[in-house]
Design a binder for this molecule. Structure first.
Ligand code: ATP
Ligand code: MG
Length: 340
């Protein structure tokens, strides 16, 4: 756990979050989480399970606690090391919502309405909650509360990060010279993994995912019917790997020689799609096996996961308190009686 000199003086700090809105999937892993694992050895890193964001979509409150703990377990199994980074649950640090309110005074409503995620997610709702509109303001608060300057995310979050920078700029201009740094995104080579429907982004909320913790049987059950190049109507029709979502997945799970072979077999109809899927499934199962093994061990010791989250929240509360004291002061809030 990073500690020591006042964090306000520190330079590079990484922050990122993930919603407990469903299973940790290979899009999350390839697009963001494997980068988190790499970054924890290079920078001070804070990672957050953003349960306050997850409640902006329809959800069952009875399931949220288990989902939150499963996400924590999945992230630790994927390689987050509590000795190298901080992992915590957003609602354990109430300053996130306090700062979100403070930032909302400089967040342009028109920009919020233009966000692609808002448009896509609100289209699925009969009544659009205000919280869905304000989602990017809370996200800006998550990052700025720790004055983080680096944010490893998938491509879908670039627009929100641009808005975070805008919010930081506007807040600084109005209340305090350069208090908040402008956070920059960090992308991986897998910045947008497409879902098994071959169409939309792989998303927890769309049910088009392969879970990082899925068993070998489930991975195969999900890959078997997955959409491929539509030109391959029958076994004899040649395909174009560049139009096949599963071919793009091969590039993350299969060896270079296998990738070349798969492309050739697709173009010549040497293989059927099922042959290609079987190889992908085998490679994916092998790649995810160490994560599944660590998850099984952690499942047997849930107290370890709870302890990590408790320690993470205690650390983040200290940091958050420091930021909010300055924010309240700069925004002109009178100190509470007895406060110093
Ligand atoms: P939801 O559907 O509930 O929004 P999600 O699958 O989009 O869930 P998030 O918790 O919103 O997951 O995002 C966590 C991180 O994973 C973010 O950095 C996001 O950019 C990244 N990410 C999500 N989906 C993908 C994807 N398909 N490809 C690459 N990165 C992704
Ligand atoms: Mg998302």
């Amino acid at each position: 756990m990073p500690s020591g000199r006042s964090y306000l003086a520190r330079m590079n700090r990484v922050f990122s979050g993930i919603q407990p809105s469903g299973e940790l999937h290979i899009g999350n892993y390839l697009g963001a989480v494997r980068n988190w694992v790499a970054l924890q050895s290079q920078h001070e890193c804070i990672f957050c399970i953003v349960n306050l964001h997850a409640i902006t979509q329809p959800y069952d409150p009875r399931e949220l606690p288990a989902r939150t703990m499963e996400m924590a377990l999945g992230l630790l199994a994927a390689g987050l090391d509590p000795d190298k980074c901080t992992l915590f649950v957003q609602s354990h640090v109430p300053e996130h919502t306090e700062l979100a309110w403070a930032l909302s005074v400089v967040a342009p409503k028109g920009d919020l309405e233009r966000m692609t995620q808002f448009k896509e997610k609100s289209a699925r709702e009969e009544t659009v909650p205000a919280a869905l509109l304000n989602y990017p303001v809370l996200q800006a608060a998550d990052i700025l509360l720790y004055r983080a300057n680096l944010v490893p995310v998938g491509e879908d979050q670039l627009q929100h990060l641009e808005l975070s920078r805008e919010i930081a700029r506007r807040w600084n201009a109005r209340f305090g010279e350069d208090f908040f740094p402008e956070p920059q995104p960090l992308l991986t080579s897998a910045k947008r993994i497409v879902g098994l429907d071959g169409n939309a982004k792989m998303s927890k909320s769309l049910g088009n995912t392969i879970g990082v913790l899925d068993s070998p049987e489930v991975i195969w059950e999900k890959l078997r019917p997955a959409v491929t190049d539509p030109a391959r109507k029958t076994r004899k029709d040649p395909g174009n790997p560049d139009l096949c979502n599963l071919f793009s997945l091969h590039q993350f799970f299969s060896a270079p020689a296998e990738v070349t072979h798969v492309a050739e077999q697709c173009r010549t109809a040497g293989w059927g799609c099922l042959d290609c899927k079987r190889l992908l499934a085998d490679n994916m199962i092998a790649a995810l096996e160490p994560i599944r093994e660590r998850a099984a061990e952690l499942k047997a010791h849930p107290e370890r996961v709870r302890a990590v989250l408790e320690r993470g929240a205690a650390h983040c509360r200290d940091l958050a308190r420091e930021t909010m004291a300055r924010v309240r002061d700069l925004m002109g809030f009178v100190p509470a009686a007895g406060a110093h």
